[in-house]
Design a protein around this ligand. Structure first.
Ligand code: ASP
Ligand code: MG
Length: 570
């Protein structure tokens, strides 16, 4: 089951729970969430406060992560202390100094009270760590409490800074109101209790601005807990729902959700708008900007989520809401998942035999193998499933055992595993009911000489997935991106003979390429340069200024075959 299907199963329940609470908040509440990279040091806190104070949100709720890297350090700290390694003391004092320094830098002569408070908190932490060192094992409860301290510190710093700028601001430690339980499907929120506690808290804290700790909560037994690593986006969505916010802005360090992984597709663009479903599909394969689970509370209430760049606040980012962008083409984004494997069960004996698929999936479930993609042709001659590479041996063993008899008698010819598989998915709500999208995808991949191993499209028609060899994956992704006019037309160029004339040509190209890309929608990629003795190849085709030094030091000898296959590969 896709994570989205899993989520929608609980969606109705959440909507019911939260809907019942909707007290009809008349003030427009805007919720914000800032991640650790937006809170790396004092200048980051200043930037965040400037963004917040510039806005005219009637009520402003701001959820924060710990300062960058702090959660990792806290976890390492607890682990070090638990092994009785005295090195924890140095880590502890580094962390303490970093926070005190940020307070000093940020608050200057007003930093006294916060520094005293921080020193007391770090003294408490040292006591806990000493106790862990005595125990010699990290008690889970202690670890849960320690992990979440970074958010308490960062929220305190931000709040103090906002107040120092002359604005009233309340601080909400999420453990005072947010109650969650940990179950098989992850973390679930006790909406009733949390909303009641928040209403009580709010009655005592009527300020217009509120800073809230992300990541942390309390469990049913009133113990300090967390929402899991990277949980503060989820906190952002939870508090957006509890405050009945009109919008949730998730501030991060990228321009929004991109049309494809920019490391593989340099011309990937940031998307203006996506539907929740599109964002979930894209998030599943690769686009790690937002995790589907975190969207759930916002989705349930239809709160639009804006993904924004803290370092470029003027950029509108990506708006994720009930409906996506009607003005855009059918495919909104492409994602790529790698380190997968295909497991194929094949044999004439399966044709028309009911229950074969059921047994395949039962065997995989027993072996705790999660299925990424499924495909079966209507001849029923083979069933193909894509699984994680790390699971494929287990899958193979389980299927061999399940079909031992059929394999012996030849009804099933073979169970084969192909490793190093990637899945490319094209995602878009408007693919549904639109003929020709698949044709275009396959034609593009065909032209790029990509061999497709398996295909799947769910009946929602919002995702077409193709399994292919990982060696072809980057090329397939680029071709598909260009094929859906998400990128300019790409032309692969190779130059032989970089003498005087060739050198002049390359210099002209270097100068013309950005302009051609901008003005003529033409993307020239210089993928290979060959002299009489050496060959220089470049995967991305971005011609660097020192190409001639690179060519001179290249360890590839001139080779016409390699030159031409590299230029033609893209
Ligand atoms: N600070 C927590 C973590 O690093 C939560 C978050 O940043 O989302 O996992
Ligand atoms: Mg984070």
């Amino acid at each position: 089951m896709s994570p989205f299907a899993k989520l929608s199963a609980t969606l109705a329940a959440v909507r019911h729970d939260i809907g019942a609470l909707a007290a009809g908040n008349s003030e427009a509440v805007i919720a914000h969430k800032f991640g650790g990279s937006s809170l790396a040091d004092a200048s980051c806190f200043r930037r965040v406060a400037a963004i917040l104070l510039e806005r005219d949100d009637a009520t402003q709720v701001t959820v924060v992560s710990a300062m960058q890297g702090v959660t990792n350090t806290l976890i390492a700290l607890a682990a070090t202390a638990a092994t009785r390694d005295p090195a924890w003391q140095a880590q502890w004092s580094g962390l303490r100094e970093r926070h005190l320094e940020t307070a000093r830098d940020l608050l200057d002569d007003r930093s006294g009270a916060v520094r005293v408070w921080l020193e007391a908190r770090f003294a408490d932490l040292a006591d806990t760590l000493k106790a862990l060192a005595v125990l010699g094992i990290p008690a889970r409860e202690a670890l849960d409490a320690i992990q979440g301290l970074g958010e308490v510190w960062s929220a305190t710093l931000l709040r103090a800074h906002i107040e120092a700028l002359g604005e009233e601001c309340a601080l909400l430690d999420a453990r005072e109101v947010l109650v969650v339980s940990h179950g098989e499907l992850g973390v679930s929120v006790d909406w009733q209790v949390s909303a009641a506690r928040l209403a009580e808290w709010r009655a005592r804290h009527p300020q217009r601005r509120i800073v809230i700790t992300g990541f942390i909560a309390r469990d049913e037994a009133a113990r300090a807990t967390t929402l899991g690593r990277n949980g503060s986006d989820f906190s952002g969505a939870i508090f957006a729902a509890l405050f009945e916010a009109r919008e949730l802005h998730i501030w991060t360090d990228v321009d929004g959700v991109l049309s494809a992984d920019p490391r593989l597709v340099p011309e990937a663009v940031s998307l203006n708008a996506l539907s929740y479903e599109e964002a979930c599909e894209l998030a599943y394969f690769g686009a790690k900007v937002i995790h589907p689970q975190t969207m759930l509370p916002a989705m349930a209430l239809g709160v639009p989520i804006h993904i924004r760049n803290t370092f470029k606040p003027a950029h509108p980012g990506t708006c994720i809401a009930t409906v996506g962008d009607a003005a855009e083409g059918p495919v909104r984004g492409l994602s790529l998942a790698d380190q997968l494997a295909i497991v194929n069960v094949e044999g004439a004996g399966m044709i028309g035999v009911p229950g074969t698929a059921e047994r395949v999936f039962a065997a995989l479930r027993e072996a705790r193998v999660s299925v990424v993609m499924i495909s079966q042709g209507s001849s029923e001659h083979s069933i193909c499933v894509v699984v994680r590479g790390a699971d494929c041996s287990r899958a193979e063993v389980a299927l061999d055992a399940m079909f031992k008899r059929e394999l012996g008698q030849g009804q099933i010819k073979a169970i084969t595993v192909t490793r190093d598989i990637s899945v490319l998915a094209a995602v878009g709500d408007r693919m549904a009911g639109m003929p020709g999208v698949a044709a275009r995808l396959f034609a593009t991949l065909g032209r790029a000489q990509v061999n497709i191993r398996a295909i799947a499209q769910g009946a929602s028609e919002r995702n077409i997935s193709v399994a292919l060899d990982s060696a072809d994956a980057a090329r397939a992704l680029r071709a598909a991106h260009a094929g859906f006019w998400l990128s300019p037309q790409t032309l692969s160029v190779g130059v032989i003979g970089p003498g005087n004339v060739g050198r002049a040509l390359l210099d002209q190209l270097r100068e013309a390429i950005p302009r051609l890309r901008r003005e003529a929608n033409l993307d020239l990629r210089v993928r290979a340069i060959m002299s009489s003795s050496r060959l220089l190849t470049n995967e991305r085709g971005d011609l660097s200024a020192d190409w001639s030094a690179q060519l001179a030091s290249s360890d590839q000898a001139a080779d016409f075959e390699r030159f031409s296959s590299h230029v033609h590969a893209a």
